[in-house]
Structure formats: structure tokens, C-alpha cells
Design a protein. Sequence first.
Length: 165
Amino acid sequence: MRRWLAMWSILLPLLFSSFALAQSAPDFRFTDSESGKTMMLSDLRGQVVYLDFWASWCAPCRQSFPFMNELHERYKDRGLRILAVNVDESRDDAERFLETTPADFRIVYDSNASIPPLYNVRAMPTAYYIDHKGQVIDTKMGFRLADRAATEQRLVELLKAAGTY
């Protein structure tokens, strides 16, 4: 009985989350770590976006960054954009993380944590799959090495639907 209660205490919030899939991705302003320019998420419309929320204290994030680097390298020329939103209060904490776990993709610093509520983020890391039309198609809480193939396959499906693969 306890096992069932524990399972439902985890699943019910996910099932009744206030963030519905297949809706427009909430827009936000950020400074592009590649160009230094101010951008909006909507500026990336026409491309597939893997939007990842992370923090320096997040152990699974240390595993997800090398995988996101691989995805970026493999699919950047096919329209995949990886945008990793850091929610540390101190940018120095994020910078120290990036010294040991580098990112070849865009990093957004959100020390005020103003972006996660737009997406109802509840865990680190959490990733949102946004299609070329700007719709959130899927979400993934946490990171497990065993899920890499499924994540890549889902992104390839979105790239194919965008006509860039």
C-alpha cells in the first residue's frame, strides 16, 4: 500500500501539472552567450529547441552536459538549438560548474529564477522539446544515461518534422 501511495504522490502532480504540452512555449528574453545579443526565445522559431534548466549543484546535470554537447555537435547544422537556462543565484557558481563541465551550446543565466515558473519547472534538470513552430511537444524531468537514445530519437523526429533532417 505504501508503495502505491508513494507512486501516486509522484505521478499525480505530473498528471495534473499546470503546464500542458503541445502549447506555445512561453517566450522570454535572454542574452545569447554566443553573440552577446539580447534575444527572445521566439527568435529561434523555425528551429527545434531543446530547452534545459540546470543548476551548479545538480549532480545529473554533470552527466547531461556532455550528452548535450554531443547533440549540439551532431545536429546544430540541421536546426537544433540547445538552450540551457542556469538558475543559480550566483553566476560564479555556474561559471565554476562550466569550468569543469563545459558547454558548447547556448547558456542563459537566470539568477532571478524568472524563467522556470513560466515552464512550471519542478526538478533539475528538466528539458522541454520545442518544435519549429514554437510548440512545447514533450518534457523530461531528470537525466538518466539510459535515456539518451530515446531523447536523441525524439529530437530527430522533431527535426524531420521541421524538414531540416
